[in-house]
Design a protein around this ligand. Structure first.
Ligand code: HEM
Length: 382
């Protein structure tokens, strides 16, 4: 908001400008459709910009609606705190889709130019009032662009800082992991020696078993950590999805929770790394089961489309809070009391290495969380 006031002062945006924009609103709104069409024509013409439209041209329909809404707000205000926050949000959304910042500037120019053309054709720009109206439009477009770019940069910086932290973290984890393997190995050997000696009394035996078990757990955690930072090449092969999922489900303890599978995969065969595919399913379903406990339901839906398959896992748990949601796929973020928070980070890594995507949302039917994974049939092979 301080930024907004500063910008307003800097570009000289006044209540007169607000009044003028409101006068222009009904005059220009019949042309919004044309402005928006032109905007997306230009986006689609450009390869890098088009690449940001992940869901393809289907998404454009929805975006045209949001952009039209944006235009209405531009001319109608109110240019208050909420206005600024909505504009800040727009910058953020574009950081999330990896849109290079310069596209915001060039895109804004398309809007600016198109609006100017319609303005010239609509009002008499040579009059003082016409002149002032044109300036009002310039000023609000400058302000909007400045707000978006400001948050854009802030978000980008935060993201880079996080990436750097994670890179350092990766190196640290790698060396600690390797270093821990040795002492754990020694413990394992010693237990083995103790167990194979004279039979111990039951209590000692129980403790030896417990130590073995815990060493196993510690080794698993290290394996997961190393897996996360290492780029093991994928070994892809033909995997039939439904049986692979069924086999993975067998290894999950579902105490108190009913797991059902809705298989519409039509015996689809993927070209994927079977171990990783299995791990993805196990991690997602295991999380879902935990979320649904003590008693509840988990549904796994498999569905194929033209180029890939969707694996959707929903649960009847309490869902994911907004604070956790944003950081869900980062390592060490967990809501479980036991667990180190690597499962979802691993899942995301594995899915992305297969050229797939993962989304999280709310389950409409069961009320808890919904994880949707999409894998391309060719496993991301070029
Ligand atoms: C002046 C420049 C731009 C403005 C004012 C603008 C406006 C908006 C608005 C209002 C939204 C909805 C934000 C929300 O959900 O709250 C949005 C989302 C989006 N915009 Fe833009 N946009 C601009 C430039 C671009 C460009 C150049 C692209 C190029 C591909 C683009 C792609 C997208 C995409 C993909 C989303 C949807 C993200 C999602 O899936 O939620 N935008 N934009």
């Amino acid at each position: 908001v301080k930024l907004f006031n500063e910008l307003q002062r800097y570009v000289g945006f006044t209540v007169d400008d607000e009044r003028r924009l409101r006068v222009l609103h009904p005059l220009l709104s019949p042309h919004f459709q044309d402005v928006v069409d032109r905007f997306y024509e230009r986006v689609l013409e450009h390869d890098d910009a088009r690449a940001a439209l992940q869901r393809g041209e289907r998404q454009v329909g929805h975006l045209k609606i949001t952009l039209t809404q944006w235009l209405h707000e531009l001319f109608d205000g109110p240019w208050d705190d909420a206005y600024v926050r909505r504009r800040e949000r727009i910058g953020r959304v574009h950081v999330l889709i990896n849109l290079p910042q310069h596209f915001m500037v060039t895109a804004m120019n398309v809007v600016r130019q198109r609006l100017r053309e319609h303005l010239s054709a609509t009002i008499d720009e040579s009059s003082d009032e016409g002149h002032a109206s044109r300036d009002a439009l310039q000023r609000i477009l400058d302000i909007d662009l400045a707000i978006m770019l400001h948050t854009y940069r802030e978000d980008l910086e935060a993201r880079n800082a996080r990436a750097e932290r994670l890179a350092t973290f990766g190196q640290l984890v790698g060396s600690i992991g390797h270093e821990l393997r040795n002492p754990l190995g020694v413990i394992e050997t010693s237990i083995y020696v103790l167990k194979s000696g004279a039979p111990a009394d039951p209590r000692t035996q129980r403790h030896l078993d417990r130590i073995s078990q815990q060493v196993g757990l510690a080794n698993d955690i290290i394996t997961q950590l190393l897996e996360l930072i290492r780029d093991r090449p994928l070994t892809r092969q033909a995997v039939e999805l439904a049986p692979a999922v069924a086999a993975a489900l067998e290894s999950i303890v579902t105490e108190g929770v009913t797991v059902t599978v809705d298989d519409r995969s039509d015996q689809v065969v993927l070209h994927a790394d079977p171990t990783q595919l299995r791990q993805v399913v196990i991690n997602l379903v295991d999380n879902a089961v935990h979320a649904a406990q003590p008693t509840g339901q988990v549904r796994v839906r498999l569905e194929r489309d033209g180029q890939g398959v969707t694996i959707e896992v929903t649960d009847s748990g309490t869902g994911i809070s907004p604070e956790v949601k944003n950081r869900l796929f980062e390592p060490l973020v967990t809501t479980r009391t036991r667990g180190v928070g690597l499962g979802l980070a691993l899942v995301k890594r594995m899915v992305e290495r297969h050229g797939g995507r993962i989304d999280v949302g709310r389950s409409d039917s069961l009320g808890g969380a919904r994880f949707t994974v999409w894998f391309p049939l060719n496993g991301g092979d070029a």
